[in-house]
Design a protein around this ligand. Structure first.
Ligand code: SGN
Ligand code: CA
Length: 530
């Protein structure tokens, strides 16, 4: 109470943060929240999958902490961002899918920081309409944003900027930090578009990443036996549902020559649109790398089996996807150097995460949405030397739901009671002895692109129970210890009947605790059944 009164007095008498910054540096750290889009943990070398090298992101783990079981509550872009801002599940904040409107008038953690003397900025992808609220400065991409020479909306004004999106997003972030009012602490949300589809790398990374061959996951040729309808009817298989032009970069003219049909109606338009944004010089570099790849494909195509084609498409996918990760990693490197050069590295919390995980060929898939591990989980690394001991690794079941409370906690501010997440600060300084033993998940965007059925469920350390509903009513249960790749639904296996009952009980508890219900599910169903 004493301390409360004192800070309160300080606020009223000295409305600037000058004192607070000098005297209480540790109490009001700066925050850089880095979130990329669709960055699966498999594509960060600190997670040990051996696919690529991300030395700069890895530094956060080396000098701070890495969470190996961080998850999202709804594995989709805009809903994940809404959860980040509000600290509430999708059915509470209203942004259940990419289509629903986000109500910026509701409270969010940036507004709270701002009200309490922080300077705040949002740079990069947000994927929501309307002027962002809670930020002194915003420079956001429109909708999904573009890779080359992208448009930004800077404090409400649209502007096209020459360059590569990940580099520009980094430039703008550093620029804003450099020009900030140094008497106040700051919080910047530094949101990369990459490595989102259609996976267009920076020109400087094309040669290196297109020359590599990547190891295939052992379930690349998954036939979806052993699971229910949802896995079988999803449209995210690399062989069957990927775009030839937009995704694999086969020029539309070559598609025609080879008789390749568009899977999505905008495939060729996407390719033309993406490459049409390049200058002649940029395009020449692009062509010098991709033309030989396409010439080689043209020669081989008619002799390729379905398996060959799957393998080829997987390699193409990985080359471009991991190529885009490289510039994201460069950006993190630049940020860390910048903080150091400006004496900010000790008192700035740096968080790296993604809006969700992603399939990099596991189950034969790309995209996300499912409550299965690769898309439920998301990378999470955090560095803050003042409080987080270097080299920690945590298996705790933290979620994106926890970001808002955690950031407010570090900022020394009160966490609103209606936020549903929990600060994980105590997990990192050793003060938290008890953490949740299960996470709750919901997904709504169906019918829609990729056709992943509506579902909700619960994951504990060892098990996962999922309910698919709406046009099917199916349950799935996985034993993550025996079957980490989730190949076999054991819901109806005799030996699992006790586990099944326990998991149902836990799920009911979670739904009650987080205030979700069948009524909510119904409320969000499409108005007209298709
Ligand atoms: C686009 C992509 C999808 C992707 C959604 C949502 N198709 O529609 O593959 O699932 O975005 O992604 S594309 O052909 O237009 O690239 S999200 O990350 O924004 O949720
Ligand atoms: Ca995303």
């Amino acid at each position: 109470l004493h301390h409360y009164i004192l800070t309160f007095t300080l606020y009223t008498l000295v409305p600037s943060w000058a004192l607070a910054q000098k005297g209480h540096a540790k109490k009001h750290p700066n925050i850089v929240y880095i979130m990329s889009d669709d960055h699966g943990y498999q594509a960060i070398s600190a997670y040990g999958y051996g696919l690529n090298e991300t030395p700069n992101i890895d530094r956060l783990a080396k000098e701070g902490a890495i969470f190996t079981r961080a998850t999202v509550t709804n594995s989709l872009c805009a809903p994940s961002r809404a959860v980040l801002l509000t600290g509430k599940h999708s059915y509470m904040n209203g942004k259940i899918d990419n289509e629903a409107k986000f109500d910026w008038n509701q409270d969010n953690f940036a507004k709270i920081l701002q009200k309490n003397g922080y300077q705040t900025a949002l740079i990069g992808k947000i994927h929501m309409d309307g002027l962002p609220q809670g930020f002194n400065h915003s420079a956001v991409l429109i909708d999904q944003g573009e890779y080359y020479n992208p448009n930004f909306i800077i404090n409400g004004v649209k502007q096209q900027i020459q360059g590569y999106v990940s580099d520009l997003t980094t430039d703008m972030t550093l620029d804003w930090i450099a020009k900030r009012d140094t008497s106040k602490p700051f919080c910047v949300l530094y949101h990369q578009k990459a490595p989102h589809r259609e996976w267009l790398p920076a020109l400087r990374h094309l040669q290196q990443y297109t020359s590599k061959t990547y190891k295939e996951p052992n379930n690349l040729f998954d036939t979806y036996e052993g699971r229910g309808t949802a896995a079988k009817t999803a449209e995210m298989n690399i062989l069957k549902h990927m775009n030839w032009a937009g995704d694999n970069k086969i020029p539309p003219a070559l598609m025609d020559e080879l008789g390749l049909k568009e899977y999505l109606s905008w495939d060729k338009a996407a390719f033309n649109g993406n490459l049409g944004r390049m200058t002649a010089a940029q395009r020449a570099t692009w062509d010098s790398i991709y033309n030989p790849i396409m010439a080689d494909f043209k020669m081989k195509y008619h002799n390729m089996s379905k398996e060959d084609l799957m393998r080829w498409r997987y390699q193409r996918y990985m080359q471009d996807y991991l190529g885009t990760v490289a510039a994201v990693d460069d950006g993190v490197g630049r940020l860390l150097e910048f903080l150091k050069d400006n004496g900010l590295d000790e008192n700035t919390i740096v968080i790296y995460t993604s809006d969700q995980g992603f399939y990099l060929g596991e189950h034969g898939w790309f995209d996300k949405r499912f409550m299965y591990e690769e898309s439920l989980r998301t990378p999470l690394l955090i560095r803050y030397p003042a409080e987080i001991k270097a080299g920690q690794s945590s298996k705790a079941l933290v979620q994106n739901l926890d970001f808002a409370p955690t950031i407010l906690d570090y900022a020394g501010l009160t966490i609103p009671k209606d936020m549903q997440g929990k600060s994980f600060r105590g997990l990192l300084n050793g003060k938290e002895k008890q953490w949740r033993d299960a996470v709750y998940y919901t997904y709504y965007e169906y019918p829609s692109i990729h056709m992943v059925k509506r579902h909700y469920g619960i994951r504990t350390e060892r098990y996962k129970l999922i309910h698919f509903y709406y046009d099917k009513d199916e349950w799935e249960l996985y034993d993550l210890e025996k079957d980490p790749q989730e190949m076999q639904n054991v819901y109806n296996v005799q030996a699992y009947q006790n586990v099944r009952e326990e998991m149902h009980h836990k799920l009911d508890e979670a739904r009650a605790y987080y205030k979700d219900s069948d009524e909510n599910d119904k409320k969000f169903l499409p108005k007209v059944k298709q």
